[in-house]
Write a protein that binds this ligand. Structure first.
Ligand code: TXA
Ligand code: MG
Length: 343
């Protein structure tokens, strides 16, 4: 069965990582916290380990994985033709929530990590347990988010246990992750640097370091090639359908009344100040800030699955700053449906 090991104390003690290191070296997978979300890691040079990651998650293997490293010196082991822009981004944002797509070196990493692409995403996470593990291991770790495919990413050890209990041997539990949404993915192999996934490092922050960056609009941003139109935006989803709604008291009241008039039940996901609305369940986004919303978003979406509500209402935020990353996830969770669309 799955062991969940509390890492709160003594995070810098190499001995605390021995069990995880032994498992990883034997080709097993281990879940660990990062500053964004929990990752499900396997040694990135091992085909067998990487296959186990896809298997445990139930994820299609045509979606490439991020390679996590613990020191800047490792970069040149795995990628080649490293641009000045890439070096500048590494210096400015690592360790931190920025994944940089570079040209992959041949015959070093498992081809299952890159899903056959000529590029790979590298990142150095900013979390003491992730860094402790990487440095104790001395090998690159391929890791997607440690959720079952399609579910919200895990921001606490218990979320990983809910999704992967019995499917993986070990979870390193470092408490709540902090940022709460995944890293920004930027492709620096293109003519114009392009954000493939908005995240913890914003476009403005990157532009301050390397100049103009392209960020395709939300509808264009996809994880992998969508196969069916209906599948296109479904992701990060609780079992009940999610609908977006303006952060406006009158609009929220009207929506809840309308839903109750249809004899349906509803969970409201919104900042704490809306806790007294008459929804059947309320899951808080915390204070009315983007940082709090990012930190609480996945936990709130996940909490809906412990209820039997018919539908979920989630308040939106602006696209400024972290809002771009938050709305990217929320729009996917909702399949981009707004509440008024169902009446
Ligand atoms: O914050 C994070 O990035 C977390 C933690 C665990 O580090 N990881 C994470 O991994 O979110 P995952 O697998 O859930 O998302 C990886 C994203 C996917 O959208 C994938 O398509 C993209 O990065 N990606 C990875 N390698 C790529 C490549 N070579 N070219 C384009 N996109 C790539
Ligand atoms: Mg993921």
């Amino acid at each position: 069965d799955t062991i969940r090991k509390n890492m709160d104390k003594d995070v810098n003690n190499v001995k605390n990582y021995q069990q995880a290191v032994d498992l990883l070296k034997s080709g097993e997978v281990v879940a660990f916290p990062t500053e964004t979300v929990y990752g499900l890691g396997g040694i990135a040079t091992s085909d067998a380990a990487v296959l186990k990651i896809y298997e445990a998650k139930g994820r299609p293997s045509d979606n490439p994985l991020i390679v996590h490293i613990g020191t800047i010196e490792e970069v040149e082991h795995y990628v080649t033709n490293i641009s000045d822009q890439a070096k500048q981004c590494m210096a400015a944002f690592w360790p931190g929530p920025l994944t940089i797509i570079c040209e992959v070196k041949e015959n070093v990493l498992s081809t299952k990590v890159t899903a056959g692409l000529k590029t790979v995403g590298l990142r150095m996470p900013n979390h003491p347990v992730a860094l402790g593990l990487l440095r104790a291991l001395g090998e690159p770790i391929a890791a997607p988010s440690a959720n079952r495919s399609g579910k919200p990413s895990p921001t606490e050890g218990i979320h990983v246990e809910e999704d992967l209990r019995g499917r993986i041997p070990l979870i390193l539990d470092g408490g709540a992750t902090g940022i709460g949404v995944e890293s920004t993915v930027i492709d620096l192999t293109l003519q114009i640097p392009t954000i493939l996934r908005p995240g913890g490092v914003t476009k403005d922050m990157i532009e301050a370091v390397i100049g103009p960056v392209n960020e395709p609009n939300h509808i264009e941003q996809q994880e992998g090639a969508p196969k069916a139109p209906g599948m296109k935006y479904k992701h990060y989803s609780p079992d009940a359908p999610v609908y977006l709604i303006e952060k406006n008291e009158a609009a929220i009241k009207e929506a809840i009344d309308k839903i109750h008039a249809q004899h349906k039940t509803v969970a409201l996901l919104a900042p704490e100040l809306y806790a007294n609305e008459q929804a059947d369940y309320f899951f808080s986004f915390g204070e009315d800030t983007q940082a709090d919303m990012a930190a609480h978003l996945f936990q709130a979406l996940r909490a809906c699955d412990a209820t039997t509500v018919d539908l979920v209402l989630a308040t939106v935020t602006s696209l400024d700053g972290m809002g771009s990353a938050i709305m990217n996830r929320l729009e996917k969770a909702a399949g981009n449906q707004w509440f008024h669309a169902i009446d």
